[in-house]
Design a protein around this ligand. Structure first.
Ligand code: HEC
Ligand code: HEC
Length: 174
């Protein structure tokens, strides 16, 4: 009986702590912290935060790593499983207290499973005002290269103040 009371107190305590954090509205996306993920998924490109896509997108990506945007990014089954779990546990719909994750998730239709962040409605809307020549230039190459313009992208921070586009500079809303 005593044990039961303690257990329920512990559960109530952790529920309280959780609901507390979900009231706080955080601005960017949660930073990527998993060392295996950073190593395996940050070698060819920026390690995109899990909160930039919903879990069904990550499932799709991890299922066909052998055919990954024109490259083979296959992993050992054990590593694939660990990374998939990390991505799903931290995907956009789990982090609705992070403003950008919520906006990205809300912009994707229920029947859509985009593999790319750059193909989501929210992303397209936010980036449509950038002149193609600023994107195509060699210092950037494509919109997939978040760090080229978002100087704190690796911290999960995409605030307008931190944007610095090569050969253009700070972004002012036009
Ligand atoms: C062998 C190189 C390679 C590895 C390793 C790799 N990727 Fe990629 N990935 C690419 C390429 C190439 C693209 C296309 C965009 C680009 O040119 O950077 C891409 C694009 C992506 C995109 C879409 C970005 C966008 O445009 O919105 C996601 C998401 C992604 N990768 C996730 C992962 C994950 C998760 C892993 C680890 C399991 C991973 N990648 C490992 C090469 C790689
Ligand atoms: C060529 C430079 C460039 C690249 C590359 C780029 N962005 Fe952006 N991004 C911008 C600019 C400029 C804005 C601001 C648009 C506006 O508010 O008018 C923006 C806005 C955003 C916003 C909204 C910020 C806010 O405060 O409303 C997010 C989130 C974002 N970008 C994420 C990303 C991610 C993730 C990537 C990589 C997959 C990326 N961006 C790649 C230039 C870039």
């Amino acid at each position: 009986m005593k044990k039961l009371v303690i257990a329920s107190l512990l559960i109530a305590g952790s529920l309280l702590a959780e609901s507390g954090s979900s009231f706080e509205n955080r601005k960017g996306v949660a930073p990527a912290t998993d060392s295996l993920y950073l190593k395996e998924c940050g070698s060819c490109h920026f390690a995109y935060q899990p909160g930039l896509l919903p879990s069904r997108s990550w499932v799709k990506t991890m299922e066909k790593l052998n055919d990954h945007f024109g490259t083979d990014a296959s992993l050992e089954p054990e590593e694939n499983k660990k990374i998939l779990k990390y991505l799903v546990d931290n995907s956009a719909e789990k982090f609705t207290n992070y403003k950008r994750s919520k906006k990205i998730n809300d912009s994707i239709g229920k029947n859509e499973t985009p593999a790319a962040i750059t193909k989501t409605g929210y992303f397209i809307k936010e980036h449509k005002g950038i002149k193609p020549k600023l994107i195509e230039q060699k210092e950037v190459k494509s919109l997939s290269n978040c760090m080229a313009c978002h100087t704190k992208a690796d911290k999960g921070s995409y605030s307008e103040r931190e944007i610095n586009i090569p050969n253009y500079g700070k972004w002012e809303d036009e």
